[in-house]
Design a protein around this ligand. Structure first.
Ligand SMILES: [Zn+2]
Length: 332
């Protein structure tokens, strides 16, 4: 009985049946031990898990670069292909993921925040995770913790309350994180200089020479839906223009920071009217179509503590189950 069912729920069969043959897995970093600036935010694939992921993808899909992927998508070719994508331009992409990808002959695209290339600054959520790591590791005085709790408008009962308040700080309030860091004598610039969380332009250049491609991911990684339309356009279009002008191996592709939920058709149509706008967008809602045809949803592999085989099967079955209700298309 199982032998009869298995082929029908195999990934190749599900890809053909759903018509969703193109997939784009999304990663941030590949490393065995999560760095302090990520530890409190999301799971990371280890080197071995990443290798297993890639081997599975290679067995079921053809590895392609951005240009080939875009061509297949535009021409609606029935090819089963995958494009590896990385967001945020982290150092681990250069140090760990890229050598593995090169060894296996797999192309990839990495999306960059202009403000963070070369470690001039870092994502506000990374600051929150770094402070949370320090609070959980070091003994701060009650007085310092009380001042932090006041800044975060939370109680100073235990560290857990402070940590969850830190992780809830929004982009527009992110100056609070700088104030908290000052109280706890945490220097983000020292951390950036010492740990170098992001790639610099020379590392990007060397990867571009090896065939990797780069796209835009906004200037400073805001939650776009929290900004007004002028700021949204600025973050998307200026990021894309800057990447195209200054980054070797750049292609006119853009990936959304956090999520594209809350952005309507008027947002996409408005952006597309701007000179220098991206030609293709990447979301992160799993296997899903989008009412805006040039927004491609990727597979957020790190969201699941599972093998990519299990993730893909679940995503395909979820996609198929939503078709009768027209919920397989992001409505906008
Ligand atoms: Zn990001």
């Amino acid at each position: 009985m199982m032998k009869m069912i298995t082929p029908l729920t195999g990934v190749k069969c599900l890809a053909a049946f759903s018509g969703m043959r193109l997939i784009a897995p999304l990663y941030h970093a590949v490393v065995d031990q999560s760095p302090k600036h990520i530890r409190f935010l999301y799971n990371i694939r280890s080197e071995n898990t990443f290798k297993s992921d890639l081997e599975f993808f290679l067995r079921h899909y053809e590895a392609v670069d951005f240009d080939e992927f875009r061509k297949t998508e535009l021409n609606r070719n029935k090819k089963r292909q995958f494009l590896i994508t990385f967001d945020d331009g982290l150092r681990e992409f250069h140090d760990i993921a890229a050598p593995i990808l090169l060894q296996k002959g797999i192309p990839a695209i990495c999306f960059l925040n202009n403000d963070f290339i070369g470690n001039g600054n870092m994502l506000f959520r990374f600051k929150a995770s770094l402070i949370a790591s320090r609070i959980s590791e070091e003994k701060y005085s009650d007085c310092a913790l009380q001042r932090v709790a006041t800044l975060l408008e939370t109680k100073c009962g235990d560290n857990q309350e402070i940590i969850s308040a830190l992780l809830s700080v929004k982009y527009k309030d992110s100056e609070i994180l700088d104030q908290v860091a000052a109280v706890l004598e945490i220097s983000f610039s020292d951390y950036l200089e010492k740990e170098k969380p992001y790639m610099d332009i020379d590392q990007i250049r060397s990867l571009a020479d090896k065939g990797f491609r780069f796209g835009a991911h906004t200037l400073s990684h805001p939650m776009l839906k929290e900004l007004d339309i002028t700021e949204q356009k600025h973050q998307v279009v200026e990021s894309m223009k800057g990447i195209m002008a200054q980054v070797p191996g750049a292609v006119p592709a853009f990936s959304f920071p956090f999520t594209d939920t809350g952005l309507d058709m008027a947002f996409f149509e408005g952006i597309m009217k701007e000179k220098g706008a991206p030609k293709m967008f990447f979301g992160a809602s799993g296997i899903k179509k989008d009412r805006f045809p040039d927004n491609f949803h990727r597979l957020p592999v790190e969201d699941y503590n599972a093998s990519v085989k299990e993730i893909l099967k679940m995503e395909y079955l979820y996609y198929l189950a939503r078709i009768p209700f027209r919920k397989h298309i992001f409505p906008r």
